[in-house]
Design a protein around this ligand. Structure first.
Ligand SMILES: *[C@@H]1O[C@H](CO)[C@@H](O)[C@H](O)[C@H]1NC(C)=O
Ligand SMILES: *[C@@H]1O[C@H](CO)[C@@H](O)[C@H](O)[C@H]1NC(C)=O
Ligand SMILES: *[C@@H]1O[C@H](CO)[C@@H](O)[C@H](O)[C@H]1NC(C)=O
Ligand SMILES: *[C@@H]1O[C@H](CO)[C@@H](O)[C@H](O)[C@H]1NC(C)=O
Ligand SMILES: *[C@@H]1O[C@H](CO)[C@@H](O)[C@H](O)[C@H]1NC(C)=O
Length: 355
């Protein structure tokens, strides 16, 4: 930063934010520094109005001051780490985090001062994140969180949702409140660090919430930036299987037509069901695929539900009766649902399907 800019900055008299050094300015009467090196803490001033910054530095608050900075206070006391404290420095330092300066009267009546600008930065770090994979289940609320520390502390945490674990660079962050998923942001202290905590709140679990959720936070000052992201896979757990259902309990079919009878069945993570059967009336033997019948299981849009379909070809009078689908699983009671097939003698007007 040039002298001119700095003077402009110092003219701004009030400031919303002062980021300050732990040591009072008085301690810096004796600031000395190594003459060369990158970390020079040294400056010269020619005018009483403002200090001239010779070299700005960027430091990690709490980090050790490199020996080449060689800051000595009052000749003896060494400052070993960069620290900050809630102490007001004389002037607004604008975009700079800190200006150390010392003003005094020189022999010839002119002011002298020493100053340097110290920027505090620390790359964004994830302090805590919800475990992955994480589970969401029906009608249960869920929260995912990401906690970041950094200097300066980011003001924003963005969340992204992806179907696959590949980060789609072109996607937009999730909007607050979309599909009932709300985000909150708060400043907290964690492990003695100031941190920002972002929480994603799911209203009640549903399968559409499955996916990969990534939180991203970034910070930066002019000429320096950092960011970090963290991904959580969310898996929906199917609810406990319920008995099969049918959309109609009676289906009519014309003679010589084909008819399909459909049961909607539940499946779950434990592998249920083990077996599925179609039975006609009180027959002991389940129906099997043949010229007469075709039995299939079809996926649906939901991983928790499947269609169990019995197709009867060339319907005749003898096909009428009660057909039931049986759902069986080890350690679970067998459940079933049934459909009554009626055969109409009228002309064949096409197929009738239950669905
Ligand atoms: C999201 O919306 C809720 C409710 O309107 C609000 O309380 C919350 O602060 C918002 N979160 C963010 C990050 O804007
Ligand atoms: C995050 O940092 C990487 C380098 O570490 C950079 O390439 C990328 O553009 C940054 N992303 C954002 C969103 O700032
Ligand atoms: C019934 O299904 C069979 C086998 O798919 C097909 O050949 C026949 O044309 C169908 N009959 C009617 C009336 O649709
Ligand atoms: C259906 O019945 C017709 C007439 O009886 C017969 O020609 C045809 O082969 C039958 N189709 C099947 C798939 O059994
Ligand atoms: C199976 O049915 C019996 C009798 O209706 C009931 O007591 C038992 O709790 C059921 N078991 C399961 C796993 O649902």
């Amino acid at each position: 930063m040039k002298n001119q800019n700095f003077e402009q900055d110092t003219r701004l008299s009030s400031s919303q934010l002062f980021l300050l050094f732990s040591l009072s300015l008085a301690l810096f009467e004796d600031v000395s520094s190594a003459p060369t090196t990158k970390c020079e803490i040294k400056a010269s001033c020619s005018a009483p109005a403002g200090c001239q910054i010779t070299k700005e530095i960027t430091v990690n608050p709490g980090a050790k001051i490199p020996t080449n900075c060689a800051i000595t206070v009052r000749g003896t006391e060494k400052i070993l780490t960069w620290q900050q404290a809630k102490q007001r420095i004389v002037r607004n330092t604008g975009p700079l985090d800190l200006v150390l300066h010392e003003v005094g009267e020189s022999n010839n009546g002119k002011y002298v001062c020493q100053c340097t600008a110290v920027h505090f930065t620390r790359a964004v770090d994830l302090l805590r994140g919800s475990s992955s994979p994480n589970i969401i289940s029906k009608d249960k609320k869920l929260e995912l969180e990401c906690v970041f520390s950094a200097w300066p502390l980011p003001a924003v945490v963005n969340w992204y949702k992806d179907k696959q674990p590949v980060i789609d660079r072109a996607r937009l962050p999730m909007m607050n409140g979309t599909k009932g998923i709300y985000q909150s942001l708060e400043k907290i202290w964690l492990n003695e660090k100031e941190a920002i905590r972002s929480v994603l709140r799911f209203p009640s679990g549903s399968e559409e919430h499955e996916g990969f959720y990534t939180c991203i936070s970034a910070n930066g000052i002019q000429g320096w930036s950092s960011n970090i992201s963290y991904m959580v896979q969310l898996i929906f757990i199917c609810p406990l299987p319920q008995a099969p259902t049918t959309s109609s309990s009676v289906v009519s079919a014309s003679k010589l037509s084909n008819v399909s009878l459909t049961c909607l069945i539940d499946s779950d993570e434990s592998g249920c069901p083990d077996d599925l059967y179609w039975y006609k009336n009180n027959d002991r033997v389940p129906l099997a695929s043949s010229n007469k019948y075709n039995i299939v299981v079809k996926p649906t849009h939901s991983k928790c539900k499947q269609e169990f379909i019995l197709t009867i070809f060339n319907v005749t009078e003898e096909d009428k009766g009660k057909y039931s689908c049986h759902w069986m699983c080890e350690y679970e009671n067998t459940t079933k649902a049934s459909i009554v097939l009626k055969v109409s003698t009228g002309s064949t007007t096409g197929n009738l399907y239950s669905s």
